[in-house]
Each structure stands twice: as structure tokens, then as C-alpha cells.
Ligand binder design. Structure first.
Ligand code: SF4
Ligand code: SF4
Length: 316
């Protein structure tokens, strides 16, 4: 379904972070699509187009089944082709041009932890050990952060860069990926491998989740949650009922994103601290537990409560 099928029901506004922050329908899929139906130019829609977090909340709400996040990526690509956001385009293209790591065949199970988690080597070692119960687990040499940014903006990735990124991963039977957006594409590129969200995989380990309690706010990583919403909602509902913890779920059981990583990290269009305050509001809690390391940084800027990564529950 294309944006021409948008009938303006407004359901996509319910949990859209752009709408929540701007309170202006232009900053929503509905606003974008209605503008395009009335011949708005890429220039007209650029502020909203580049504010979108690609969190995927709207994808699961749209009754017309419009693939909203894919549509936004295509529109960004077209906007770049019109010379809009030229500096941003240049920056991502230059990141893609940087030499990638040497090719090396790795283990059966590989983790792509992302930049933020790599700053905590002890935590990373703990995660490796937690996920190594069946097979040895290696860290990828390359997180593909530049590729994830290119995917968010529709920028073309050269065959050479993609080859260097994917080749060391091809032998792996299972990959744990922290970036929910990259995970979506890796499932297409590596169909023979089992591709799992890192945070969600840790949330399946009872030795960690038994430590959660009713004073905790547990922050689900929004992008990977919305990617597999039907399967994951049952798991998180059970976890919430068993442990009594709070979660960043709204009334429609969509995960409210913090806006800490991805494109918004290199070109902030939405205020991640405001997102964090929105998530915290109404919760009477004593600890914050995060699946995503980027979220930890933002939460620490708006809250004095202890903040733990889910892997840290091992020693809590
Ligand atoms: S992906 Fe998220 S930020 Fe973007 S339009 Fe949809 S709900 Fe809003
Ligand atoms: S939910 Fe879908 S059909 Fe409804 S306004 Fe949003 S994009 Fe349009």
C-alpha cells in the first residue's frame, strides 16, 4: 500500500514521537501523506521527514497496512536527490567510505553490540557469557553503524562495503543484533541465519528477569519490538505480569522510543530527554532497567534513579 491509500484515520498519531513533541499533524505519517496527496514538495515535508525515528510504532497501527517506515526511507532518498539535507547526505556517504575491518570468518554465533555497548567491555563480556550456553559467541568486528544510517536515509550502500560487512557474518548460524533497524535488513541479507534482537534475547533469560520487581521500569528497545510485535507482545506481557515491573508501553501496547540512537543521534530533530521524561511520567519506580545501551545515557540525564542494563541484573 502506498501513501495514496492513507484515509486520514489518525491512528498513527497515537504514539508517534514526532506528534507527541510537535503537536502538529504535519509531524505524523498522516500529515506527511495527506500533504503528498495534495502535491506538497519534498522541501515542504522535509522537517517531518527527517524527524521520524523509524521506531515502527505507526507500522503496526495503520489499518491500511501502509509500510510507513519504508515509505519514509524512500521519501528521504528522493529528498536527497532534490538536494535537500545535502550536508547530512554528505556526512553519511563519508562514513560509508571509511575503510572497513579486515575480512575474517568468525564463530557460529555472533553479536553485533553497537557503539554504546562497546564502551562497557566488562558488560559485553558478561553478555557474551550469558549467550554462550550452547555455542561460543564472538563479537563482530564491524557493527555496521554506517550501514544502519544509510538504511535509515535510503542512501545507496556500495557492493564493496556491503560485502565487507556481510562476509564475516555468513557462516554464523545465529546473530544477536542490538540495532533493530539493521536487524530488519540483515534478515533479508542473511536468510539462512537466525537473526535475533540482542535486548529481547537477554529478556528471555530467567536468571536475569527474576531480578525484576514492581519498583522497576523496564525499557524495551522499541524498534526491534515493533519489528516482531505480534510475537514479542506476549512475552513482554507475561514478563510484566510475572515480575510486576513497569514498562515503556502505552495503552495500545506500543513501546515508546527514547530517540537516543540512529539518525537522531547525528542530527537531533527530536528531544530525547523529552522522550525520556514522557516515559517516566506517571511511574512510581525506584530503578530503571534498559535493553539498549544508548537509552541508559539519556535516562541518566533526566533521572537520579539507579539505571542498569538488563545484563547487569546478574549482579544486582
Ligand atoms: S516511525 Fe515512529 S517517529 Fe516515524 S512516523 Fe512512525 S511512529 Fe512517528
Ligand atoms: S494510520 Fe495509516 S491510514 Fe490512518 S492516518 Fe495514519 S497512515 Fe493514514
Amino acid at each position: 500500500m502506498s501513501y495514496f491509500n492513507c484515509h486520514g484515520c489518525s491512528l498513527c498519531l497515537l504514539s508517534c514521537p514526532m506528534w507527541q513533541q510537535q503537536r502538529d499533524v504535519q509531524y505524523s505519517p498522516q500529515g506527511l501523506f495527506k500533504a503528498l496527496q495534495h502535491n506538497a514538495s519534498h522541501d515542504d515535508i522535509a522537517p517531518a521527514l527527517f524527524s521520524c525515528l523509524l521506531c515502527g510504532t505507526c507500522d503496526i497501527l495503520c489499518p491500511e497496512n501502509i509500510d510507513i517506515t519504508e515509505t519514509i526511507k524512500t521519501l528521504r532518498k528522493e529528498a536527497f536527490a532534490h538536494g535537500i539535507e545535502a550536508e547530512l547526505n554528505k556526512k553519511i556517504v563519508s562514513l560509508l567510505a571509511q575503510p572497513s575491518s579486515e575480512l575474517k570468518i568468525e564463530e557460529n554465533t555472533i553479536i553485533l553490540p553497537g557503539k554504546a555497548l562497546r564502551t562497557k567491555p566488562m558488560r559485553l563480556t558478561k553478555i557474551q557469557s550469558l549467550l554462550s550456553s550452547v555455542a561460543d559467541t564472538a563479537l563482530s568486528l564491524d557493527d555496521g553503524d554506517d550501514i544502519a544510517l544509510a538504511l535509515e536515509t535510503g542512501i545507496e550502500i556500495s557492493e564493496h562495503r556491503l560485502h565487507n560487512f556481510l562476509e564475516p557474518l555468513r557462516a554464523a548460524k545465529r546473530l544477536y543484533v542490538s540495532n533493530g533497524h539493521l536487524l530488519k535488513s540483515l534478515r533479508q541479507w542473511l536468510p539462512a541465519s537466525e537473526l535475533l534482537a540482542l535486548g529481547h534475547s537477554l529478556s528471555l533469560l530467567s536468571e536475569l528477569t527474576k531480578e525484576l520487581n514492581h519498583n522497576d521500569l523496564y525499557l524495551i528497545e522499541a524498534r526491534s519490538f515493533h519489528l516482531d510485535h505480534k510475537q514479542k507482545i506476549t512475552h513482554y506481557d507475561q514478563l510484566r505480569h510475572q515480575q510486576g515491573c513497569h514498562m515503556n508501553l502505552d495503552l495500545q501496547r506500543n513501546a515508546i522510543p527514547i530517540a537516543a540512537g540512529g539518525l537522531n543521534a547525528i542530527k537531533p530533530m527530536l528531544d530525547s530527554k523529552e522522550q525520556a521524561r514522557w516515559i517516566l511520567s506517571g511511574h512510581n519506580i525506584q530503578r530503571i532497567i534498559v535493553e539498549c545501551a544508548e537509552d541508559e545515557v539519556v535516562m541518566s540525564q533526566v533521572s537520579d534513579l539507579p539505571i542498569l542494563h538488563i545484563a547487569d541484573l546478574m549482579e544486582a
